[in-house]
Design a protein around this ligand. Sequence first.
Ligand code: SF4
Ligand code: SF4
Length: 431
Amino acid sequence: MDDENFEVRAYPELWAGLNMDVARFDKSRQMLGDVYRKMFLAQPNRPRAMRYFDGVIAEIFGGRIEEMLAAKQEGRPVVGTFCVYVPEEIVVAAGGICVGLCGGSQGSIPDAEKTLPRNICPMVKSAYGFKAGRICPYFQTVDFVYGETTCDAKKKTWELLDRLVPTHVMEIPQMKGLRDKAMWLAEVQDFKARVEAVCRKRVTESDLAGAIRTINDKRRALQRLTALRAADPAPINGRDGLLIEQIAFYDEPVRFARRVNALCDELEERVRRGEGVTAGRAPRVMIAGTPMALPNWKVHNLVEAAGAVVVNEESCIGTRYFKDLIEEEVSGLDRQLEALTDRYMRIDCSCFTPNNERIEQVLAEYRSSNAQGIIHYSLQFCHTYNIEEIRIREACEQKGIPYLAIESDYSPEDVGQLQTRIEAFLEQIRG
Ligand code: SF4
Ligand code: SF4
């Protein structure tokens, strides 16, 4: 399919079989295709290896769903998650498929607002609305979902979501002391027992070792991509970088890592030749803050439409998902679970207090990505990121780092105002 005729493919019979609102969902499918053509396919000088990821988007509501349904036929369950704290290695070790369900779309919010209060985080509303409106084939495919207690909006929404789809909840600690680590290990053990019960399979040491390697490989491929984006000039646009980070939560992990590595081979060639994705030197911006779930491309699109390039995402759909690996050379299931727990406790989400590691991490990524300014992005009503933003701002002021804080939702209403602020910020960087 050439770029002009790109579309997200329709699977009406498959969707009807999943009890979806097909007519309504088909409109969102067409809109996604239109937006993708404009924001992604129209970019000049895209790496050839992005074709694979275009294909993933073309098949996002069909081909990947068919793969999941085939796995279910083989007795391998599909588990939906909303947070990078839920350990996907355990699902993979038990033979299941883990899929990220975080919502990034305005389209499902009216469905959620029929039940949920308006003044809560749009990510929570969007995710809930997808299930309530029967307008997400992933939600209709999962056997059960695993929520967590990272924030108040999420943990109370799971009680209501459980009426629509079986919803289990992991308790995430809020601090990082020894007691918190012990509690988290117990939660991970309960999670493993629950997944084993559904999969009707005991996870062995070798199953878990294999799954840890598989997911580590996925994270290593994403680390490699991030390191290449640090080259100046940047060999790939931030929109494509973010898209790949979003696809990491949907795609089959072995195939995904192979394709990201193939892209990195091509980018290494570009870097070797000193070839950038933009025509001239472009201001380099790093984004830090709340995750941008598919199809939330709003800020990246505004930044890059204004002539800059996004070189890093310090976010859970970004480096927070892949910066840490699980130690592989560990024997015995108990030791493996401890190693897994240690790695997950290094995630520096703003739900922790204190969270000094994240302030350090933002500064370290600013340096390693060769950025020239930081945009902090918070979703509306995300209290923890919105308040932690104050400390990030202070750290940037101390270091003289150009800084802009944005608080936004998924609606297009603030696009004009954001564009003005972003353009002024880029002028400051251009000096
Ligand atoms: S920001 Fe926090 S709550 Fe959200 S996905 Fe990341 S770790 Fe989970
Ligand atoms: S962005 Fe903030 S409020 Fe929204 S789900 Fe994540 S932690 Fe909760």
